[in-house]
Design a protein around this ligand. Structure first.
Ligand code: FES
Length: 297
């Protein structure tokens, strides 16, 4: 392989993905699908379960490992132990079962993305559905009624085709996370506030009120409830919107963008789609001034 081939292949793949991201023709389908999905994902329990609130981390990437692992295992059995098609069949069955919650968690993440990420996510989902169909065909081919026909390799062929499609859609999934930042904790790169830092006058944050202050590069949301001062990162961990125009009630703030709800005292997620807790800071009032710093550890 020539030393110059890698960059040109990178360019080609990137151009192909960028082209998908610009396909405005997909927007109509995206809107219809969102209209179908959103009301079904409204319940707090379901949204929290699918977002990964209980895990403190997005659920979708973890589930994809199970499905892709099972499908890849089936293909490996076909290559390395071709006399055991039933083992491959069981692995395909496991992959198909894992694909159901994987798709549900993916759709829950997808309804809150826009523009190129939404279009790429749509193609990612369509490709995964195609791969799932191919694995389903492979499963049926390996069944008792199809044993004869599978001597000609129908089951293996559709399984390999499914794996190839899955590799392409997996690439798109990786692009969504690692390039477009879908599903990452948007506070991950906020710098720590190492020392006590003066951010506001105490009288600027009255009972039930809030204020956005700045500690260096970090926007800090100051609130006071039941006489207690609280300070948390103003940038929402879900997709980076500011929390300050949100709704403040019952000791929580609700993000104005997609409705994630965080407790003001400890930053924990009460309602998704955010899965990561919101960073909170130590806060004190001294000599009429409010100071904050990052928590230790
Ligand atoms: S940015 Fe999506 S819920 Fe806050």
């Amino acid at each position: 392989m020539s030393l110059t081939s890698a960059p040109s292949s990178q360019k080609t793949v990137r151009q192909a993905v960028d082209t998908i991201g610009r396909l405005e023709q997909l927007d109509g389908v995206g809107e219809q699908l969102e209209r179908l999905l959103r009301p079904r994902l409204e319940s707090r329990g379901l949204r929290n379960a699918l977002s990964g609130v209980w895990l403190g981390h997005r659920l979708h990437p973890m589930l994809t490992d199970v499905a892709i692992g099972a499908f890849t295992g089936a293909a490996l059995v076909d290559v390395l132990a071709p006399r055991h098609p039933q083992i491959a069949r069981r692995l395909i069955a496991a992959g198909v079962m894992a694909a159901v919650p994987t798709a549900a968690s993916g759709m829950s993440d997808w309804i809150d993305v826009y523009g190129d990420a939404r279009r790429i996510g749509l193609v990612h989902a369509a490709g995964n559905s195609l791969a799932l169909g191919l694995f389903g065909i492979s499963f049926l081919h390996r069944g008792r009624r199809h044993k004869e026909s599978d001597r000609h390799g129908g089951g293996r062929l559709s399984s390999f085709a499914g794996l190839a499609v899955l590799a392409a859609t997996g690439y798109l999934g990786g692009h969504l996370s690692y390039v477009l930042g879908v599903g990452v904790d948007h506070t991950a790169f906020e710098p720590r506030i190492e020392d006590w830092t003066d951010v506001a006058a105490a009288e600027e944050v009255l009972e039930g009120g809030h204020k956005v202050a700045r500690a260096g590069e970090v926007e800090v949301l100051l609130t006071r409830t039941e006489g207690e001062l609280h300070a948390m990162a103003n940038r929402c961990s879900h997709a980076g919107w500011g929390l300050d125009p949100g709704k403040f009630e019952d000791g929580c703030v609700t993000c104005p963008a997609h409705g994630s709800r965080f407790r003001l005292d400890d930053g924990s997620v009460v309602r998704g789609p955010a899965a990561s807790p919101q960073p909170v800071f130590e806060v004190r009032a001294e000599n009429g001034r409010i100071e904050v710093r990052s928590r230790k550890g």
